[in-house]
Design a protein. Structure first.
Lengths: 173, 819
């Protein structure tokens, strides 16, 4: 079967078997940043964004995805040009083995889209389904708060001509 | 109006810095004022003790980090494997019919215990040292299953679903035996016998397979019986007894055990595998399959964490056998259910402790008896069981009389293996709980009791060698920050200052427990490193250090950069690969920074000596007048300098003598300096229900010098998370026939963002003179102490003792009702 998807802003057609999950199809098609940890929806390592919602792709039958708009970790920044959430995870040392991190970042992205300024409790509730065994979550919570600050700064910078009117601004006279 | 998106512009700086992704804190060496004075002001050490960016951070956040499974697309004809596992706990396979499985379209190989590719000899999955201390008692496929989960047959097929279909069509007939699931019952002579000793190679003392005893060992310092006899007649001495029990704990390792095995174009066997011990895997596969070492290559890609689970060779032998049978690359990826029952777990334990203590709180004797449940097989059995005693006892090494008895017992349950802490968490629960029992008995402050008895700097520790024959001398403690750990932890948690809740049924209290561990296995490690200089002044560092997510590669680059006056980002660290990297025992026993770190330091010093010679020719000055720093070599006599880039270029393309600057070194040692820690727990208990809420977890740790404080803090918070998991979430349940009921994360319930109490790590830095730049270990020691600190806090809050993990509201309620 063929799936027509908008995947990371590109129109793609991927082949899938009837029994495939979205995770199966993504990984087989080279989107291996999305990781498989349990296949039962228990770890969140396979979290991707489908039509604006963060979902666990291992639980999503592929055949239901035809026509969907999907974002994976590959659609965010690059190593030389990180998305603010990615940069916040790097700068806060919010990662160790990294297996959970792509899913964690995708979940964070939908959180910050719906709630740009979450408090710690809201972050902890939002990331409940994304398991991490390495960090104890402390630096991950810090990273999400930092990402929230950075993205608010982004909004500010979009209307600033570089006058230094906000923290982090640059007076480029 | 001009639109400037600053973040996009600024984060395009060169990857890896000591500051932020915008590089604002990173000194740019190419434009730095490099006078001798500014070098001195900047200090000699600028790579070590910095929060250097983790070297794989950017590929992790972009999803480009490649774990074993991600290499599947490199193999066009890759087959996928599945394992048929026993669904009985004890018995014998009387018949296996694989006809229907082999007929499934797309099946390439079906293996059973009698297949030619399956070795008949036993092996151990424990990758620890050589000769293997663990018994060789496992078979790649087993015709005498001893637990629900034993591998019986294996399939390689075109895809996972075809392999699953084939596995379902294998028809196994069993003759079922009686099983035993309790280690105490298993030692009864009437209990079912699980192993035939003739089928096993076991060099351990005390093995008695008729009583299901894998090993038994004991050791004594002083005369414990005399101390208890004395106490019986001396009113100034008190005897305190206690018992402790801990259950199975799952690593819940994020990346399931995964192996890809294939025969390469050189007719050699190549395994890409999620392992902590590539060299042990190579040696053990060579032994098991009777293949020369030279014909096996083990490559470690990024690893989705280990925690000891991947210190066992579990998926590799089956995958290799399948790739031989199918004559094509094969990938085996464990399912989460397999992770929970057929990989490895933390061993359950029962500990009895009794002690003699004076009215002043001085320990006169400790008598510790351990029975641990190895499950069906014995990897790490004796060594991890012994660690239950010999890891915590050094805290109280001044006690004149100490005895330790350890018995490792088989049952028809899943296999225990290595797990972060390696027995120490079970032992600390007992010892540190017992210390609070003593304090309560003497009506003494628990911290005061500990201060009277704890080990300190300059002391000779004999307790860590209690199980060694003929060891009448101990190890000198060169660094010990345990007092400061207690002081700073106490301040951070607010010990003594906490306010009681308004409701009279809520009771709040703090608990404490202290901890120690080692830094590698003394006398049984080898780390090695090779570093070469490129013509642009950068370096390639090869070590066998196995970075399993901890950041070991980053730490190695910092150590090398420190020695070479370079920057960590200019040290390219190659991942462990047995064809390329120098030998290394692997990532376990908190050894990597301490052992391999010293090999890297020495290799870098070797390279530095060589590049100073090149610089001396370029500057026309004596090497003895030259120093490194800030990316260059400078003369302390004339202040002339030459950059590492010029040296690298000159060494290879220069007009003068050409030479490849390359350093190398090995490191092994009998030293294993202990790190120390103090865990504090602040808890509120509801006396009506037994429900409790942890307000904060503080762990202060002495790891020597923290080479990278960010990574060190991450080790502490992660370890405390696991310790909290052991305290309140651990345990596997089984049906009456031994079938596991914990199959998914939901069944096990590890802590999530929403229910993990806040963690505060405190780094208490000492300087360990035997370690690289003063470092010792950190990864394991904070894993040891939430169970005793929480149990002690609950006791101080509501005066009940919970001595069996996991600690639950139900247990507290029952204890309150019985009070």
């Amino acid at each position: 079967m063929k799936l027509n998807l908008t995947l990371n802003d590109e129109e793609v057609t991927l082949s899938a078997a009837q029994s495939d999950s979205l995770l199966d199809v993504l990984r087989r098609s080279g989107y291996t940043g999305t990781n498989r940890g349990c296949d039962t929806g228990g770890c969140g390592f396979c979290t991707v964004i489908v039509d604006g919602d963060a979902i666990k792709s291992c639980l999503q039958p592929a055949f239901k995805m035809d026509g969907a708009t999907i974002e994976t970790i590959e659609g965010l920044g690059t190593q030389d040009d990180l998305h603010p959430i990615q940069a916040a995870f790097v700068d806060n040392a919010a990662l160790q083995c990294g297996f959970c991190i792509p899913g964690m970042i995708m979940r964070t992205k939908t959180l910050l889209e719906s709630n740009p300024d979450p408090n710690e409790n809201e972050i902890r509730e939002a990331l409940y389904g994304n398991f991490c065994r390495c960090t104890g979550y402390e630096k991950i919570i810090d990273a999400v708060q930092d990402a929230s600050d950075r993205m608010k700064t982004d909004v500010n910078s979009a209307v600033c001509d570089g006058c230094g009117c906000f923290d982090g601004g640059d007076n480029n006279e | 109006m001009a639109v400037v998106v600053l973040t996009v512009v600024t984060i395009m700086s060169k990857p890896r810095s000591t500051g932020t992704t915008d590089g604002s804190d990173s000194a740019d060496q190419t434009t730095d004022d490099s006078s001798a004075q500014s070098r001195a002001e900047n200090g000699d050490y600028h790579s070590v003790s910095t929060r250097d960016e983790k070297d794989d951070a950017r590929k992790i956040v972009t999803g480009e980090a490649k774990y074993t499974s991600d290499y599947a697309s490199d193999f066009q004809n890759l087959a996928h494997a599945k394992v048929l596992r026993s669904d009985i706990a004890h018995g014998v396979v009387t018949d296996i019919d694989v006809t229907a499985a082999e007929e499934v379209d797309g099946v390439y190989a079906v293996l059973t215990p009698s297949s030619g590719e399956i070795p008949t000899k036993p092996y151990t999955s424990a990758g620890q040292s050589y000769p293997e201390p663990s018994p060789r008692d496992l078979r790649v496929l087993e015709k005498n299953p001893r637990y629900v989960g034993d591998p019986i047959a294996a399939v390689a097929a075109k895809d996972v679903s075809t392999a699953n279909t084939a596995v379902e069509r294998i028809d196994v007939t069993y003759d079922e035996y009686d099983a035993v699931f309790d280690p105490i019952e298993a030692m009864d002579t009437e209990a079912p016998q699980i192993h035939e000793p003739d089928d096993i190679e076991n060099i351990l003392p005390g093995a008695d397979y008729e009583r299901n005893i894998e090993a038994q060992v004991s050791g004594e310092i002083g005369d414990v019986d005399a101390a208890f006899d004395n106490a019986a007649s001396n009113p100034d001495l008190t005897v305190v007894n206690s018992e402790w029990e801990t259950p199975y704990q799952s690593h819940c390792v994020p990346e399931p055990h995964t192996t890809i095995a294939h025969r390469d174009e050189n007719n050699r066997y190549h395994l890409i595998t999620s392992t902590q011990v590539p060299y042990h895997v190579r040696r053990q596969l060579a032994h098991l399959f009777e293949i020369p070492i030279r014909d096996i290559r083990v490559t470690k890609p990024r690893i989705g964490a280990g925690f000891g689970s991947k210190q066992s060779m579990v998926t590799e032998p089956i995958t290799l056998a399948l790739s031989m049978a199918a004559d094509r690359p094969v990938k085996l990826e464990a399912t989460r259910y397999e992770e929970f029952h057929a990989m490895r777990l933390r061993r359950p334990s029962r500990v009895q402790l009794r002690s003699v203590v004076s009215d002043e709180g001085e320990l006169e004797a400790i008598d510790m008896s351990v029975v641990s449940n190895s499950g069906a097989y014995g990897p790490h059995g004796m060594t991890a069981s012994g660690a239950i005693g010999k890891k915590p006892l050094p805290l109280y090494t001044h006690t004149p009389n100490i005895r330790l008895d350890v018995t490792a017992v088989h049952t028809n349950l899943p296999i225990a293996g290595a797990f972060r802490g390696y027995g120490a968490p079970q032992g600390h629960f007992a010892v540190e709980g017992h210390m609070d029992d003593i304090a309560a008995e003497l009506d003494m402050d628990p911290i005061e009791l500990r201060r009277k008895n704890l080990i300190g700097e300059g002391d000779i520790d004999v307790a860590s060698k209690i199980l060694k024959d003929g060891s009448d001398y101990g190890r000198k403690i060169h660094s010990c920050g345990i007092e400061e750990c207690i002081d700073r932890g106490k301040d951070a948690i607010g010990w003594g200052d906490i306010e009681q809740p308004d409701a009279d049924y809520l009771h709040r209290a703090c608990g404490v427990a202290v901890a120690t561990q080692g830094s590698g296995v003394p006398g049984d490690e080898l780390g090695a490193a090779h570093i070469k200089m490129n013509e642009d002044g950068s370096f390639i560092l090869q070590t066998g250090a196995v970075d399993i997510g901890t950041g070991a590669d980053t730490v190695m680059s910092q150590i090398a950069a420190e020695v070479l006056g370079s920057r960590p980002e200019d040290i390219v660290v190659q991942p462990s690969d047995t064809d390329i990297s120098p030998f290394d025992y692997g990532a376990y026993a908190s050894s990597t920074t301490y052992i391999t770190g010293q090999a890297v330091m020495k290799a870098a010093e070797d390279a530095r000596e060589q590049l100073l010679e090149v610089a001396s020719r370029l500057l026309d000055e004596q090497p003895t007048a030259l120093s490194v720093g800030q990316g260059e070599v400078y003369s302390t006599a004339t202040n002339n300098s030459v950059s590492l880039k010029e040296i690298g270029h000159g060494s290879i393309y220069g007009d003068k003598k050409r030479v490849q600057v390359m350093g190398e070194a090995s490191h092994s040692t009998d030293e294993s300096p202990p790190p120390f820690g103090a865990q504090f727990v602040d808890v509120t208990v509801d006396e009506r229900t037994g429900e409790f809420e942890i307000n904060e977890l503080v762990h202060a740790v002495d790891c020597g010098v923290a080479i990278n404080p960010d990574l060190a803090e991450g080790q502490v918070t992660g370890a405390v998370h696991m310790s909290y998991d052991l305290a309140v979430r651990s345990g596997l349940e089984f049906e009456e026939d031994g079938t596991p009921t914990v199959k998914r994360f939901h069944d096990y319930g590890p802590p999530r963002t929403s229910d993990q109490p806040p963690l505060t790590p405190i780094l208490v830095e000492t300087h360990e003179p035997t370690g690289p730049f003063g470092a010792k270990s950190i990864a394991e020691v904070p894993t040891n102490t939430v169970p005793p600190a929480l149990s002690n806090a609950i006791r101080r809050a509501v005066d009940v003792r919970i001595n069996e993990l996991p600690i639950t509201a139900e247990k507290i309620k029952t204890a309150l009702d019985d009070r």
